[in-house]
Design a protein around this ligand. Sequence first.
Ligand SMILES: Cc1cc2nc3c(=O)[nH]c(=O)nc-3n(C[C@H](O)[C@H](O)[C@H](O)COP(=O)(O)OP(=O)(O)OC[C@H]3O[C@@H](n4cnc5c(N)ncnc54)[C@H](O)[C@@H]3O)c2cc1C
Length: 283
Amino acid sequence: MTLPVTLAEVVEVHRITPRTARITFEARELADTVGTAPDQQLKLCFPRPGQAEPVLPERRDDPMDWYRAYLAIPEAERPVLRSFTLRRRRPGTRLVEIDFVLHGDTGPAAAWALRAAPGDRLGMVGPSALYAPPVPFAEAAAAADWVLLAGDESALPALATLVGALPDGVRALAFVEVADEAERQPLDGPAGLDVHLLHRDGAAPGTVLTGAVRAAELPTGVPFAWLAGEAGAVRALRRHLVEERGVPKPSVDFTGYWRHRLTQDDAPTAEDLADAREWSAGR
Ligand SMILES: Cc1cc2nc3c(=O)[nH]c(=O)nc-3n(C[C@H](O)[C@H](O)[C@H](O)COP(=O)(O)OP(=O)(O)OC[C@H]3O[C@@H](n4cnc5c(N)ncnc54)[C@H](O)[C@@H]3O)c2cc1C
């Protein structure tokens, strides 16, 4: 399996909330399987200032080798790399939608998305089955007594695809923290889904989310939990579930999507490294 690397051109930009841009791209190449599974992550390559389009890493036969190819690009030309989620693929086309949280002007990805216009070009590495979880989400959900989904607005694109993949009859609770009333987005799923949309309203990221899960009366039995969003909040939620609610570690799929006051280029903290070890051990 080769990891797909392609250019993608903006065809449409739509503000679905004041601070979320849904950007539709036409990918130059796209495998037929892309968009058929939930929670498909990909890496976006953002051009450096002055570049019309990013320099992309060469494809390698070894699918895990793309990062070495990326690092081989001279630093001044090397694109900025950020992780995103495929929100939707328009059936029968090479059009893909990605939702960008417009969290400010400091991060290269958010700053790019704030100004994106038709014709702008990015690089896409993936999505790929290489990043698929060991047990597909629908299978893990069906095998559990109930499902817990928790995240912030950066996880909403993934959550939207996950609730769409929930098997009928499964009881599921989703806790989603967004900035305020204006940032609410519907999360449509099957009848057994109970959605709690929470507002931060100026509180520190993740505190309202963790508080709500801690205070919740959760169903009995062993859940399958999926957690994503600000890394500290994800860590706190995971610890709460495992240490205070007795959820077995393998039943918790967790990913820190971003770090409060740190960029994705900043070095990992000791806690990030510990999370990464736990995450790999669960795969
Ligand atoms: C697997 C995966 C999937 C993801 N999917 C999506 C997605 O579909 N849509 C999406 O918008 N994000 C998604 N993210 C999160 C995204 O990669 C990060 O938010 C990333 O930091 C954005 O890069 P940046 O260049 O804008 O900011 P950076 O340069 O990384 O950070 C600059 C500053 O902005 C702050 N910051 C970064 N992200 C946020 C945020 N979301 N809210 C508030 N402050 C922030 C940082 O703390 C830092 O102070 C995903 C992450 C992962 C790992």
